[in-house]
Design a protein around this ligand. Sequence first.
Ligand SMILES: NC(=O)c1ccc[n+]([C@@H]2O[C@H](COP(=O)([O-])OP(=O)(O)OC[C@H]3O[C@@H](n4cnc5c(N)ncnc54)[C@H](OP(=O)(O)O)[C@@H]3O)[C@@H](O)[C@H]2O)c1
Length: 301
Amino acid sequence: MILQSRRFQTRYKEEANSNVHIHVLIGANQTLTVQPVDVKQQMATPSESLPLQDRVAIVTGSSRGIGREIALHLASLGARIVVNYTSNSAPADSLVAQINANSAAPRAVSVQADVSDPDQVKSLFDSAERAFDSPIHVLVNSAGVIDGTYPSIANTSVESFDRMFAVNTRGAFACAREAANRLKRGGGGRIILLTSSQVAALRPGFGAYSASKAAVETMVKVLAKELKGTQITANCVAPGPIATDMFFEGRTEETVNRIVQECPLGRLGETKDVAPVVGFLATDASEWVNGQTLRVNGGYV
Ligand SMILES: NC(=O)c1ccc[n+]([C@@H]2O[C@H](COP(=O)([O-])OP(=O)(O)OC[C@H]3O[C@@H](n4cnc5c(N)ncnc54)[C@H](OP(=O)(O)O)[C@@H]3O)[C@@H](O)[C@H]2O)c1
């Protein structure tokens, strides 16, 4: 029975604290007895109400940059995290240690996998399920590469094109496909793919990179519809210029300053500008956002 009067709520809270039963007058000669146990328990263990409590999230490319911040943020929302990387284990292991500090049971593990290889992506999901003995709830695909020489299309080598499409496009496809088959059904399933505001900015020097991300933004719209009935949502998050290794790759100070001037807020984005948006999409509160691309660029585009 739901009782909504303010007087009742006040008395309920007071009596919950004193751990006695409450007798509420509901008619001329009738009283309702309520046990305040649940409220008292909730107040005693506030961490149980974290929005992603104990859900399992795989964050690809989370040893560095935007993915790292996303992993930390999802952990702060209560999720258990699989930190993925491909070439350098040290930063991944250090992040895992940071998340696991002050926690009795492990809340993060690191798993090496190259997202461009579908077999390795399958192993990544296998490892995640085994590590936490749980279905996976959230996939965030942040792994990505760029050609730091920023070639025009006329000067883009086939090798450079293939590398960006292998990691950015085939990688997103392999992760999204695995997630579509394996994420938890019936609530809490979330697919979030990192793309780029270059898809909308269309600056010279980003032809193959932008195309590799545009394909993902198109794919996610179809995927969201195909997941009808699973309660899994699928969205892209498209950052603008964010100060990470990738952003600074091959750029002079002069180029960086020019980009800062183009940003309405007069600064580069930081990884913490992106992580809360991904965090929102990972929670139940975002359910009505589905099949979308959220551009997070401070007005750069
Ligand atoms: N920074 C920006 O300005 C910006 C703007 C728009 C979009 N984005 C997108 O945001 C995402 C994150 O970018 P970032 O700036 O954080 O990049 P970053 O600093 O270069 O970090 C890249 C991460 O991806 C991992 N990675 C690379 N190739 C991989 C592969 N084949 N398989 C698995 N992991 C791989 C790296 O691990 P290792 O160190 O082990 O290689 C690293 O953890 C990317 O998808 C990028 O395209 C970035």
